[in-house]
Unconditional design. Sequence first.
Length: 298
Amino acid sequence: MVSVTLYRYSFDFRYALTDRQLAGFDPSRACAEIYAVETPEGRDERGWTCLDRRTAMHSVGVDATAEDCAAWIRAQTAALDALWIAEQQLVHDLGMRIEGGFSPGLRRGSGWSAARRRSKAASWQAFGGLDRRLYDITARYRPVREQIEARVREAEARAKEEQARRWKAQREREERDDRFTALAARTRWSYRVTEADRTVHVFRADDSTLTTGELIDELQRPTHHLTGYTVHWAASDRAEIEHVSGADFTTWWAVVAPRHWNDSRRVPTRPPTRSGPSIGGHSSYGGFDSFSSCGGGF
């Protein structure tokens, strides 16, 4: 797997040439798109040749062998070197020079006056040569670009499939959680406590008013002093929950119970009440927080 990024390299003539020198040439045509396999450090500005990062797409991880990667890097380097040579040739054909070697604009120097007197036809001929060189650079790089683009399309297709799977899984979780909370809302419970073994026996009771969320609140009331007591759910009622919900009891409990009550077998300590918005957990069924639950012991 290797990360590739498509960059647009262009020539910036704005501060170097007059309209007469451009001879009607459209600067937007002087560009080449190259996939960077390596970070193009030192290549961002070299004479007129500039890297336009605004046109860069996001990096994409594609399948590639070590041999593929090496070949792509060689092609990338060759194309960038060719762009630099094409720029030097254009400067020569215009009868000008770049002072300092890597300056982004032309400076006064030998040939400046002669260049300013060049005819429009001569300038047009110079840019025609640039057009041909850019065409050749693009043509030589095309096989590598097409190979990389095929890998990019494969990677993007896989990413779309994975995203579709995630969306489907998310929708299924949401639908499942809705079913679980609806079941919790309509199920009525009752309980009794045996102090001898510090156990809370919980069972369904149609004549009770305690929903699952209200039962959770009830067992955690500080005045009941049930913290740490074992909770024993009636086996038949536990089996009924599993049958109706289509999931094991601990999976159902993980959805309908508050975050801090992750073990349905034991009454936990209720978190201290905070002023302002509650952070983490909830006091009744209906939350969708994910956490690890323990089962058994019933």
